[in-house]
Design a protein around this ligand. Structure first.
Ligand code: TPP
Ligand code: MG
Length: 268
């Protein structure tokens, strides 16, 4: 499904509106990283991932693991935008019995590859998949930057390097915030590039809100067949909603009615 950059940007913009609406309706959720990741998710579903829209379990599909499960509203919005789930279903976010839980539940929705929410396990799961499957298939794994405080991430990083998993592509949402503060205050991560390189990964550092850059980084990652690749994607948390941008207090808080109006006005 090849689209122009402009079309992908338009998908991302519509997805941001849906993210705001669905989190407001649910009355809880995580707007900052969900908004920040809309460009990444739109680009994945409209350009990067190889999948069969008629068959979620296509054995040749690429795999997307959302390790930072709390950002899943962006993925639900992408699934709806790509026509893989009904748009009306977005309104069921976080409702009892809904397929769209506040964190991804694989057993409920076939388009999700893993169940996540507890941070830190996704990279190990993704690495295991990349190790086990045909190397022509790629496994993409999205992690939060605060999530990197979890030791298990680095165990997965070592495993991927040991087994030369060139078909594993990690994406770190480097938005600078975590639950209750800025990452560099809570647990300094820098020099993050040097850390991943020291673990044997190719590192591609980009503006994660730039569709073109992300497409190019994914291509460079796929071209590296001997090492796993890490896309260090600098994103703006709350991207597109002026009063949410770069403010950790929007990590996990739903907007009220007036805030929704203001947000949607800015996202026209
Ligand atoms: C094992 C575990 N510990 C704590 C949490 C609670 N938690 C959810 S999101 C989050 C912050 C993670 O930071 P980051 O990955 O940077 O996400 P962002 O704030 O950018 O959305 C925390 C601590 C969790 N989900 N899992
Ligand atoms: Mg973060």
């Amino acid at each position: 499904m090849s689209q122009t950059i402009l079309q992908i940007e338009q998908h991302a913009r519509r997805m941001r509106r849906e993210v705001i609406r669905m989190i407001a309706l649910a009355g809880s959720g995580h707007p900052a990283s969900s908004l920040g990741l809309c460009d990444v998710f739109a680009t994945l579903y409209f350009e990067v991932l190889r999948y069969n829209p008629r068959r979620a379990d296509d054995p040749e599909r690429d795999i997307l693991v959302l390790s930072a499960g709390h950002a899943v509203p962006a993925q639900y919005a992408a699934l709806a935008e790509a026509g893989l789930i009904p748009e009306a279903e977005l309104a069921t976010l976080r409702q009892f019995g809904s397929r769209l839980q506040g964190h991804p539940e694989r057993e409920k929705l076939a388009w999700l590859e893993t169940t996540s929410g507890p941070l830190g396990s996704g990279l190990s799961e993704a690495a295991g998949m990349a190790w086990a499957i045909d190397k022509k298939r790629f496994v993409y794994c999205i992690m939060g930057d605060g999530e990197l405080d979890e030791g298990n991430i680095w165990e997965g990083a070592m495993f991927a390097s040991k087994y030369s998993l060139g078909n594993l592509i990690g994406i770190v949402d480097r938005n600078g915030i975590q639950l209750d503060g800025d990452t560099e205050n809570i647990m300094p991560l820098e020099d993050l590039r040097a850390k991943w390189e020291a673990f044997g990964w190719q590192v591609l550092e980009i503006d994660g809100n730039n569709v073109q850059s992300f497409i190019e980084a994914c291509a460079a990652a796929r071209a590296e067949t001997e090492r796993p690749s890490l896309i260090l994607a600098h994103t703006v948390p709350g991207k597109g909603v002026s009063f949410m941008e770069n403010d950790y207090r929007w990590h996990g808080q739903a907007p009220d009615e007036a805030q929704v109006r203001k947000a949607l006005e800015g996202l026209k």
